[in-house]
Design a protein around this ligand. Structure first.
Ligand SMILES: CC(C)(COP(=O)(O)OP(=O)(O)OC[C@H]1O[C@@H](n2cnc3c(N)ncnc32)[C@H](O)[C@@H]1OP(=O)(O)O)[C@@H](O)C(=O)NCCC(=O)NCCS
Length: 183
């Protein structure tokens, strides 16, 4: 295994035509189709960096801000933003293009954490270090480090707050919700 690999070595793009079987009754592409394509490009990019098979461990920042229509060309651009010992954060930028007008829309940017596995033991295995070759590579890596810290802080805070949640004492939190309690 090489000691390090560059971001450009594993940079991957998948382009796919959005066909009618991908759409819901309203003619828009199912979110699940998009997630599946994002998982595919994340796998391709991460396994190229790791040089082994990988699994998806966590998905962050999936917000579908704009609908994707049948007939559009969808491009998913993936690159390794950060590596740990066995984990890799893959940033995925999704761009949809109307081929007739050439109009492009950025539908979402999401972050998949993938972990490299040893084929024989099935255990997480070390991946090469990441060579950053541009200011953009450095910025994305810094953002990934910051995102990881914020996520860890949020998880601790969230777990504490949720475990402390007593039903009777917190019923007022539901006062403004559009619910009917029908015990
Ligand atoms: C995630 C998994 C690999 C962790 O295995 P483990 O034996 O507990 O190993 P570790 O605790 O050493 O974790 C391995 C790496 O995963 C990372 N990791 C584990 N859980 C994570 C999470 N929720 N989010 C982000 N990274 C996570 C760890 O930080 C570690 O990274 P590092 O090696 O870069 O430091 C294991 O639980 C697994 O295989 N899960 C199923 C994955 C799968 O099948 N995905 C497909 C979905 S159907």
């Amino acid at each position: 295994m090489p000691k390090s690999k560059s971001v450009s070595y594993s940079r991957t793009t998948i382009t796919e035509l959005m066909i009618p079987s991908y759409a819901n009754f309203g003619g828009k592409i199912h979110g699940g189709i998009l997630l599946s394509l994002m998982d595919k490009v994340a796998y391709a990019c991460a396994s190229k960096h790791a040089g082994t098979y990988v699994v998806t461990v966590s998905v962050d920042g999936v917000n579908f801000l704009q609908p994707i229509e049948v007939g559009e060309l969808l491009s998913l651009h993936a690159s390794v933003n950060h590596v740990g010992r066995s984990s890799m954060v893959i940033g995925i930028r999704v761009v949809s293009e109307n081929v007739k007008t050439g109009e492009q829309k950025h539908t979402n940017t999401s972050y998949f954490t993938m972990v490299a596995k040893d084929e024989t033991t099935g255990k997480p295995t070390e991946v090469p270090e990441l060579e950053l070759e541009s200011k953009d590579d450095i910025r994305r890596c810094l953002e990934a480090v910051r995102r990881k810290q914020l996520k860890e802080n949020y998880k601790d805070d969230f777990d504490n707050k949720i475990s402390e949640l007593q039903l009777e004492e917190n019923l007022h939190l539901l006062e403004k919700e559009r619910i009917v309690i029908n015990l």
